[in-house]
Write a protein that binds this ligand. Sequence first.
Ligand code: SF4
Length: 83
Amino acid sequence: MKATPVKATPVKATPVKATPVKIVVDSARCTGHGRCHAIAAAVYQLDEDGFSTADGQTVGPEQREDAQRGANACPEAAISLEE
Ligand code: SF4
């Protein structure tokens, strides 16, 4: 029996935005887990008590993905990114 060829479906890559992004950290929600720093240390710095100091920081397109990954890792949903 001859195998039926499988038709490949092209996958479109998600374009990476080439614009800076501003990090907003809600200090009322940040409880100092440090997950953002653990995931993306180059983007998220912590103060001496372990709270994020990234509020108001702007990162370039090259760090956009790391900024998003750090935001996604926050268990308090304290981080948002603004265009
Ligand atoms: S992961 Fe969230 S709660 Fe933890 S330090 Fe970062 S912003 Fe704060």
